[in-house]
Design a protein around this ligand. Structure first.
Ligand code: NDP
Length: 328
């Protein structure tokens, strides 16, 4: 497939080497709002052309685009790419509103193109193992999950995430969307209600939150607690799945690194379940490439992106109102 990159972003620099591991991918061009950044990105990544106009990039006859611009641009760029006949791998959050996300999903369907959301945590071997064990009732009936996804936002990313609500800044649209998607993936259940409290703990500017805690109620009765933060230095991420017969506990899996350690605790005691470290972006891109060829589905679809966005938007509404918010 011939690929174009929309947004000369940090995450694109990480995704490109993973995409290059997949046979048959030709990485062609980048589009940025800045000519200098586009040129520099193209040179650094070995892309043949650099553009500042999306229409120029889309006129190259590409098969697929990877959209990793700031969040408020995702919807319009996705629609334009679909109209140009491209498959779209879009970063999260899929859009800034559910109406935009729904339009993106409809347009992909009409165009007969694949629309995927880059929820990379689904690619983790550890998370796949947890999902299988939950499904097999290894720990009985799951009744609760705790997610601690508190990190320290590295200085080179301390930009629009902290001061630009219009660009989709804030920890809720940045990390809660991932946690919501991961919970849906692990539990294979839909979230129905969320109660969220947000705070500024030192990095967020203006109205932008840098910390959030939520209680999410799922179909079937599972209660999930999530903590997302940009200000937690030296914190290990943690995932704790509690069942009626035992628990699964993971450390270090809620990252971009694709690793982590997993323990099962039940009446036989505690033992570690070995899980390999994997390249999350290679696995996600690979599933996307196969889906574009008509084989299988992307790890997270446009609909999955819309569902995780719905949770995050309901979380923000809950934080603003001080009340639990339904998730339709
Ligand atoms: P960046 O801040 O690196 O890039 C976002 C946009 O900002 C770029 O497309 C670029 O726009 C512009 N930009 C980049 N560098 C500079 C600079 N030095 N000066 C001015 N503008 C700059 O963001 P991220 O890569 O962290 O995030 C991009 C998207 O990817 C977001 O939607 C985010 O939510 C998502 N993301 C997903 C991850 C995942 O694992 N799934 C991980 C990280 C991010 P332009 O070139 O058009 O000017």
């Amino acid at each position: 497939m011939r690929w174009g990159f929309i947004g000369a972003s940090n995450i694109a620099e990480r995704v490109i080497p993973s995409l290059r591991k997949i046979a048959g991918q030709e990485l062609v061009a980048v589009c940025s709002r800045s000519a200098a950044r586009a040129q520099q990105f193209a040179e650094q990544q070995g892309l043949a052309s650099a553009h500042t106009e999306l229409s120029e990039l889309l006129a190259l006859g590409l098969d697929a685009v990877y959209i990793s611009s700031t969040n408020e641009q995702h919807a319009a760029q996705t629609l334009a790419a679909l109209d140009a006949g491209c498959h779209v791998l879009c970063e999260k959050p899929l859009a800034m509103s559910r109406a935009d996300a729904a339009q993106m999903i409809d347009r992909a369907q009409t165009a007969g193109r694949v629309l995927a959301t880059n929820h990379h945590l689904r690619a983790s071997a550890l998370h796949g193992q947890v999902r299988r064990m939950v499904e097999a009732r290894t720990i009985g009936r799951v009744h609760a999950v705790q997610v601690s996804h508190a990190v320290y936002l590295p200085p080179h990313l301390q930009g629009w995430r902290l001061d630009a609500p219009g660009a989709g800044g804030g920890v809720v649209l940045d990390i809660l969307v991932h946690d919501a998607d991961l919970l849906r993936f692990l539990l294979q259940a839909e979230p129905r209600r969320i109660t969220t409290v947000t705070r500024q703990q030192g990095l967020g500017q203006g109205q932008v939150e840098d910390s959030a805690m939520s209680l999410i109620e799922f179909d079937g009765g599972v209660l999930a607690q999530t903590h997302e933060s940009f200000v937690a230095r030296h914190a290990a991420t943690r995932l704790h799945v509690l069942g009626t017969e035992g628990t699964l506990y993971a450390e270090g899996s809620l990252t971009q690194a694709g690793g982590g350690r997993l323990w099962l605790r039940d009446e036989q005691g505690e033992r570690e379940i070995p899980v390999p470290t994997v390249d999350l972006y290679e696995i996600g891109c690979s599933a996307f490439v196969q889906a574009c060829a008509g084989q299988g589905a992307p790890l997270a679809s446009g609909v999955d992106g819309e569902r995780s966005l719905a949770v995050a938007l309901a979380g923000l509404a809950s934080a603003a109102s001080g009340r639990a918010q339904p998730i339709d």
